[in-house]
Write a protein that binds this ligand. Structure first.
Ligand code: ASP
Length: 277
């Protein structure tokens, strides 16, 4: 019988005074005896997921050493999908994430998504069972905040490497989106609190012309902070050297995230700033 790790999310939510919130026993009642359930306590709206939760999931998955299903909220599914995909590179068993846009029992997508996750037998790797499809979970985009078909996968999974057990260390990392009019002081203020950051830049890799911005990026890199650029566009990625308006980015020592999603780039930075276990 498969292990199902229930972290929370809409799939198992019930109404509360403040809106939908995780409800104890909802997923258990739907599953019956079809899986062994390990439920997070407390159950989480996935907005509350942190790197400590990714480490808990990795502990449970590696101890199971077999197929695992994970129920998870959709809001940060792309982060957890990237975290597990990269940390479990080369792991010889499938991990199947699922969730729903409406709770179980509401006549929506929850029952079908859960059924797909419980019955699918994909190749090793990390997958998302959602809206009738199994998507590789390493580069997910939640492109719709209401419809049942809420996700797409924007990259092919890379060829698996050799498995090494890895965990996420306590690091201060975030995603910063550049926008017209931003200055070096704005970015430097945020970077002063961070070990590194993903920069969402324009198009194929351009940034605002403000000279203080380029200086702030170069200073942060000089201080040992890791900066990784990705495109604010959903697909296509960065083309290093395509525009003069991006030259300052590469001169500053910012890393090229190429076609990575912002979530996947954040996880790449995080793992490279963490020790192997
Ligand atoms: N806020 C919910 C969550 O991410 C949304 C969902 O699950 O669809 O936990």
């Amino acid at each position: 019988m498969r292990l199902l790790i229930h972290t929370g999310g809409t799939i198992g939510m019930v109404p509360s005074d403040g809106g939908l919130a995780p409800g104890a026993g909802v997923v258990e009642a739907a599953i019956g005896s079809r899986a062994r359930i390990h439920a997070f306590d407390p159950l989480l709206d996935s907005a509350a997921i942190t790197h400590a939760d990714w480490n808990r999931l990795l502990d449970l998955i590696e101890a199971e050493a077999g197929p695992v299903v994970i129920t998870h909220g959709t809001d940060t599914m792309a982060y957890t999908g990237a975290a597990l995909s990269q940390a479990l590179d080369g792991w010889p068993h499938p991990v199947i994430l699922t969730g729903a846009m409406q709770p179980l029992g509401a006549g929506g997508d929850a029952e079908a998504n859960l059924e797909l996750a419980l019955t699918a037998a994909p190749e090793p790797g990390v997958w998302l069972a959602f809206a009738g499809r199994l998507l590789p979970a390493g580069a997910l985009v939640k492109h719709n905040s209401h419809a049942a078909d809420a996700f797409r996968s924007v990259a092919e999974p890379p060829a698996p490497g050799r498995f090494r057990s890895r965990r996420f260390a306590d690091r201060a990392l975030g995603i910063l989106t550049l926008s017209p009019g931003m200055t070096g002081a704005m970015i430097a203020g945020a970077l002063a609190t961070l070990d590194g950051a993903v920069l969402r830049v324009f198009g194929a890799g351009t940034i605002p012309a403000e000279p203080s911005l380029a200086r702030a990026l170069a200073e942060a890199v000089g201080q040992g902070r890791r900066l990784r650029a990705v495109s604010a566009c959903e697909t296509g990625g960065l083309a290093l050297g395509a525009y003069a308006a991006g030259a300052a980015l590469w001169a500053a020592g910012v890393e090229n995230g190429a076609r990575e999603t912002a979530e996947a780039a954040l996880i790449r930075l995080w793992l490279s700033l963490s020790q192997e276990t």
